[in-house]
Design a protein around this ligand. Sequence first.
Ligand code: GRF
Length: 188
Amino acid sequence: MKKNIAIFASGKGSNAKAILDFFKESKTVNVSLIVCNKADARVLEIAKENKISFCVLTKEDLNNENYLLPILKTNEIALIVLAGFLLLIPSYLVQHYSKKIINIHPALLPKYGGKGMYGMKVHEAVCANNDAITGITIHFVNEHYDEGEYILQKNVSLSKEDTPLSMSTKVQQLEHEWYPKAIESILL
Ligand code: GRF
């Protein structure tokens, strides 16, 4: 039987798209739901284009277990995949889906993590520190931003010519390559 995953995303959804493409023909993993907290997020267009069920929720909905848990149960979700989801995951969800919620962060944690460290802010900080490498961290989710147990880290070299924008391109390539593989290895 296929295992269902839900992708939680707030933005453009390039990781959601990479995951959808990776599992399109899969006999074992099915992307069955996209959960989003922004009604105008590009990821919702991706959901529609790929005929994936989606749910737009508010912060209050997310924090209300009577709202979200039934939706996840109805869809028989085995793994929640955060892909650019900006709201903090409430503790009832962390407890209910213990070791079944994962996140991807666009830096080598524990550096450049925590509340407010997302998107270009991460790459600007890496650039300001003249770091020689950057990368990605895929980790389990706990009640704190970017603090759960690591699953995988991959790095990429930086040169003096790199800018926050070029860093984001390098990091995104790593994300699209490794996030689907990490999901598969957790589920199989
Ligand atoms: C990614 O860089 C991911 O690491 C972070 O949010 C970004 C989402 O990008 N958590 P996208 O919406 O998947 O393009």
